[in-house]
Design a protein around this ligand. Structure first.
Ligand code: ATP
Ligand code: MG
Length: 406
């Protein structure tokens, strides 16, 4: 239909929104959400983990019939599919239990976000709770003990079995939760069998667990190897419908897979690279995603990763990292003593109008960063009678740290 002067004709659309197509995007992506990091791919998009899915299902399987599942520890580098596979198997177990008329409770806690024992139990209780239990789980204000009691009430009253996943379990402040959950039945707290899935990307975590936890978790361990280039390629190829047809130039997926395989075999990184390359193409008005866009995407993908790694740490961690990045910029690849880092840190704080924390707090943050492998710390001897001191080195490119902060 025609409009009067000054009003655009309906068929042409408003040029202000010209770049937005009917799928809500523009000409690069058609379903960008497929490349979201939290996106859980459906079963037929999980690549190369059949064996791990089978193995895990075998250990947890008895729970679908209300019998005791085995507890499991899963190790593997970041982005190797540990959380994904576990989530997938738990969901299928719950559906299968449903089908058989059994009530299976499932809960997953990201221990890097939970702050302590009470928080962790609160989170589990909240996830397995539902309105008809009549049990109230307040978000705060009751003791860890009381949270446990309410959790037992819910499990005893409304479930036949439970599977509880403690993801990033090495970040748990103490192993009490692991102990109490894994021994709840044995100690007479509940009559419902519980299986624990403990996930860690620190291969030496097992050595750090106390004997009592090891013996209560049992000896079922799985190791997830990093993905190779072929698997990463398949993972990405399975999601190419995130893009409009014909937009991905040939070779982009292979190159993204190779770039990610080359570094760590990390699926998350591969997906991120592809998404940022798409964003780059889109933001710069290209009609297609080219291999060169991946190079542009790489820094952003790494900055995202770094941000994610430190997201569970206090805000001042950023200032500490900035301090180390500044120092590293001046003297590449060098090691810096805690006192030197601290001086630079106070300068960074001053610039950001923040009050610096104490040296002890900064030592703690440096330890955390070393644990996450963002930095490396060494203990050095100052020589006769001078005691020891620590030196630190940034394991990431300073540019990535600056970029994260931009
Ligand atoms: N086999 C796979 N098939 C398809 N997509 C995968 C596969 N493995 C991983 N991914 C994708 O990569 C993302 C990261 O995987 P996941 O969260 O399972 O890693 P992780 O091993 O738990 O790593 P982290 O130790 O860092 O937590 C997933 O959200 C998923 O999108
Ligand atoms: Mg994970």
């Amino acid at each position: 239909m025609a409009f009067e002067d000054g009003v655009r004709d309906g068929d042409d659309g408003d040029e202000l929104f010209e770049s937005i197509d009917d799928s809500g995007g523009n000409n690069i992506f058609s379903r960008r959400e497929l490349l979201d990091i939290d996106h859980v791919p459906d079963e037929n998009r999980i690549v190369g983990r059949d064996e791990q899915i089978q193995d895990l299902a075998k250990e947890l399987g008895p729970a679908v019939s209300g019998a005791p599942p085995n507890s499991v520890i899963i190790y593997g580098k970041t982005g190797s599919g540990k959380s994904l596979v576990t989530k997938h198997v738990m969901e299928r177990a719950r559906d299968e239990a449903d089908r058989r008329g059994n009530r299976l409770a499932t809960a997953t806690v990201d221990c890097s976000q939970a702050k302590g024992e009470a928080d962790t139990v609160q989170e589990i209780a909240t996830q397995v709770n539902h309105p008809s239990t009549g049990v109230h789980i307040p978000s705060r204000g009751i003791s860890a003990n009381e949270y446990y009691n309410r959790l037992w009430d819910i499990l005893n009253g409304f479930y036949d079995a439970a599977i509880i996943t403690l993801d990033e379990v090495d970040r748990l402040s103490d192993d009490n939760v692991l102990m109490i959950l894994s021994r709840a039945r044995e100690s007479g707290k509940i009559d419902v069998p519980i299986g624990i899935v403990a996930i860690s990307n620190k291969i030496n975590f097992r050595e750090k667990m106390t004997e009592r936890v090891k013996s209560s978790l049992g000896h079922h361990e799985f190791i997830f190897d990093p993905y190779d280039g072929t698997q990463l390629k398949e993972i990405l190829a399975n999601r190419q419908d995130a893009f409009e047809e014909g937009v991905l130039r040939e070779g982009v997926i292979a190159r993204a897979a190779a770039m990610a395989a080359n570094k760590h075999g990390d699926a998350r990184k591969a997906i991120r690279l592809l998404r940022h390359a798409g964003d780059y193409a889109e933001n710069n008005g290209y009609e297609a995603v080219e291999e060169t866009h991946l190079v542009q995407a790489q820094e952003q993908a790494e900055a995202d990763r770094l941000k994610e790694l430190i997201s569970g740490l206090p805000p001042h961690t950023r200032y500490v990292l900035l301090a180390l990045a500044n120092l590293t910029n001046q003297q590449p690849d060098d090691w810096f003593r805690t006192t030197v880092v601290y001086d630079m840190y106070t300068a960074v704080c001053e610039k950001s109008s923040a009050d610096p924390l104490s040296t002890d707090s900064i030592r703690g943050l440096l330890n955390e960063l070393a644990f996450l492998e963002v930095i490396e710390s060494n203990r050095e001897h100052g020589g006769m009678g001078k005691g020891t001191y620590k030196e630190h080195r940034l394991l990431w490119e300073p540019e990535i740290v600056f970029r994260m902060d931009a």
